[in-house]
Design a protein around this ligand. Sequence first.
Ligand code: ADP
Length: 596
Amino acid sequence: MLKRVFFFAQHFLLPHLKWLIATLITGFIASAASGMGVPLLVKFVFPVVFFHGVGEEPELLQMVPSLKELEPGTLLLLACASMPIIFAIRGFAMWANSVLVNYLGIRILTRLRMQMFSRVQALPMAFIEGRQKGDIISRILADTTNVQSILTHVANDLVKQPVTCICALSAFIWLLVDSGQGLLFFINMIFVALAAWPIIVFGKRISNKARRAQEGLGELNSIVQQNLETQREVRAYAMEERQIADFDSSSHKLCRNLLKLVKYQRALIPVMEVVTAVALTFLLVRGRMCGMTLTDFVAVAAALFFTFDSMKRAGTAFNHLNQAQGSLVRLEEILVEPDTMPDPEKPTALPQRVRGDITFDNVSFAYENGKTVLRDINVHIPAGQIVGLVGPSGAGKTTFACLIPRFYDVTQGSISVDGVDIRRVLKHDLREQLSLVGQQALLFSGSIRENIALGRPDATDEDVQRAADSAAVSTFLESQPQGMDTVLGQGGTGLSGGQRQRVAIARAFVKDAPILILDEATASLDAESEREIQQELDALAQGRTTLIVAHRFSTLRNAHRILVFEAGRIVGDGSHEELYASCPLYKELYDRQGIN
Ligand code: ADP
């Protein structure tokens, strides 16, 4: 655990070293004022207040004889004032400390979330696809908050409470040794050791339960997220009851884990309080037997109380640290997840605009689950060629297209663009040369204009307008309340499927990249919308190397060449006429559609 805490402290506490030091100093002052201030006040200052000039002189006056030269009234005033002074120092230090702790916490949380989010952007697609989205969201939002609240309060308490404990224990030792009670000291040390035991025992259990609870929260998040994303299907298939039952079951699981967590967390307090009471009673009995004065007893008891109290608080902090451990592990899985597709250290620069010549050289590919999806692919696509990819569902067409933007790395062989292996260039530079229009146009919340300009952030209003004209976005702008500035909901709600697709095409026009991938871009549209959009797609493809993953053969009328995929291999390569004559699979697929 310490290694993990150290890792997070190094990355998230050290950058705020200045504030951390200020937090620790104020914490130290507050701790010393409680741990040592109060017992010493009882032992040395109170006897001065109650000294009426008869009997043995208070110790403080013996130790500092110059105090005796003061007026009795002034001495009394000073002695009485020492208590509010110590408590004022303690109060101010505690206030400053808690403000600083919260300040530090907020800064850490911001940094932690930022790093998590940026890390997710950098990790390979396979990492994200292999996990529940709701769980990733839970890690970025809930686990970071958990770690923030715990790290800050605990970081402070883990320093403050041991300091209080050491101060109180030193006062305790001093007071006992001073009054010749060495044995009492040793026996009480046994109680101190006894009090540390439950902290260690409960700690481990808390860590396990906390991790399960956070996992449960992630699971719950996934259910909610999936449910919201699939509301149409849920209602159409009357799945509401089943969804509620799933949520209920996960929610109960989370509830059980949280209750177990609370049980172990809270167990520490009663155990520690019983140990404290036994130790104090023992001190009381032993003190009475040894003829200890009441003042000495109260001072020693105060020191002992602060020792146990700070141990209890440190123990609670340690428990919280164990609770944070559950979240830390989940954050670590993203933060230190190795990037299996890093950018090269010495990247080859691509020209500002590549020609778009693509070569697959002996490429095989398997997803993380190990199933080989593409086998021994050797294909050269010259710049500017429009290539259709056809084949049965699951044959590997989309995967083939997704290898070009390096969404995944080939398992064997290489892919090059203009003769440069795509693993030798920066992913960002490579993707600058590509536009992708998928089956479902995913639009972001923002205006239509912003959605089009996403393709090129420096696009001028004229560029956006030209792209909108080319993609026939302009035809439906009039029906939008604010035209180009109409704000869309997340996912493009407010537009029809065809309209959304047009915005996506306009985005590709604005980007004007030399390589274009159309992945079943019209598959989700009705025949009428498809026919309308086909014109814009044909215009977009002109002059670019274009790969069209085709669902319907009608989308391939402008293709110069067609690749036929079957079970991860290319089994046909040529023009429509050539393939119809020579490739039985192509002929079968084509005839089956019977639309042309
Ligand atoms: P096509 O586009 O020809 O329908 P795909 O390239 O989408 O085929 O899929 C090819 C095979 O790869 C299928 O068996 C599919 O189940 C599998 N596959 C696709 N995407 C993934 C993924 N992200 N993770 C694991 N397997 C996948």
